[in-house]
Design a protein around this ligand. Sequence first.
Ligand SMILES: [Zn+2]
Length: 386
Amino acid sequence: MITELKQYTAKEICEGFVYNELEGKGLFGLNGKLTIQPEYQRNYIYAESKRDEAVIESMLKNYPLGLIYFNKTDGGQLEVLDGQQRITSIGRFVTSKFAIKMNGMEQYFSGLAKNQQDTILNTTLLVYECEGEEEEIKEWFKTINIVGVPLNEQEKLNAIFSGPFVTLAKEKFSNSMNANLSKWTTYVKGNVKRQEILERALQWVSQSDDVSGYMSQHRYDTNIKELETYFTTVIDWVSSVFSDVEPEMCGLEWGRMYELYHKNAYNPAKVSERVQALMADDFVKDKRGIFEYVLGGEVDKSLLNIRLFEPSVIKSVYAKQTQDAKAAGTSNCPICAACDNNNRTKIWDLKEMDADHVTAWSRGGATDISNCQMLCKTHNRAKGNR
Ligand SMILES: [Zn+2]
């Protein structure tokens, strides 16, 4: 079977889109060149309308729509092997057969802003065009659509790029008897049998979420040296930098972090001390962000989702500060009060001020009323930037 990766825009696919209202099925696209419902899969059951909306929302947000498979027939015509639901949803939406909810309002395609219409029409669909004997295609279609358990992306890719590389890669990464598996799954999340460890290994080595290019390039390789070495290198790096093993480490983007940070030197004892302190810190809401925060030299606090002051604390600190300031005839922003300009006596509204840690959180300051002061927005920003 010959396979070729192609790209079509949604606009091209929807050219000449024909929809059968009675059967609830899309019939044709690509100006008649594409048959959406080939004869041998007439029993395809469409899911509920929520899936329709989800497809359009993904397009508007530029989320990937997943791979689509066409079968090329002798006459050069195309048939959809996999992706009928998605193509039909796009075609029906573009021809205003259903509306999506936007900001609580029903919106048809024709009512969307021009740029949103363009976003949809210009969305690129990644399509594998397969060419082979009818029996071969039918057999393959059965494989990618096993009843009840649809194959996931990686399983489909393994089928498309079947060959020595995939065989070796599966032996290594999809083998539940592999002695390294328990170490790997400390850091990598996924079901080994569903090819999810292999998928992650391929993503890391190709530094991309779309691993099909890498698989295509290496399809006939008779070794998996690069894949194996890269994966092991990342895992070894993580386990040497972080001597602790935390459940929160599982499933993080270690491949990306390896590329970003592996050239830095770390002292594992110091790293461990900091990780433990942050794990125990109640103000750190996102424990999964701790590892990259430490790798990056504890700069990017947004990774930790630090707990903010409670609204009740903010209100009572504001009330007290404002009362004292009025009594003293100064601004309720302590920094303004010490200035030499017109703001020296300005009383700011609550909405013009922000809560500030008197002692910074990163220096051990607590997020409670004892360490809270209100500053005007300008001064709070200036303090934060120091
Ligand atoms: Zn101020």
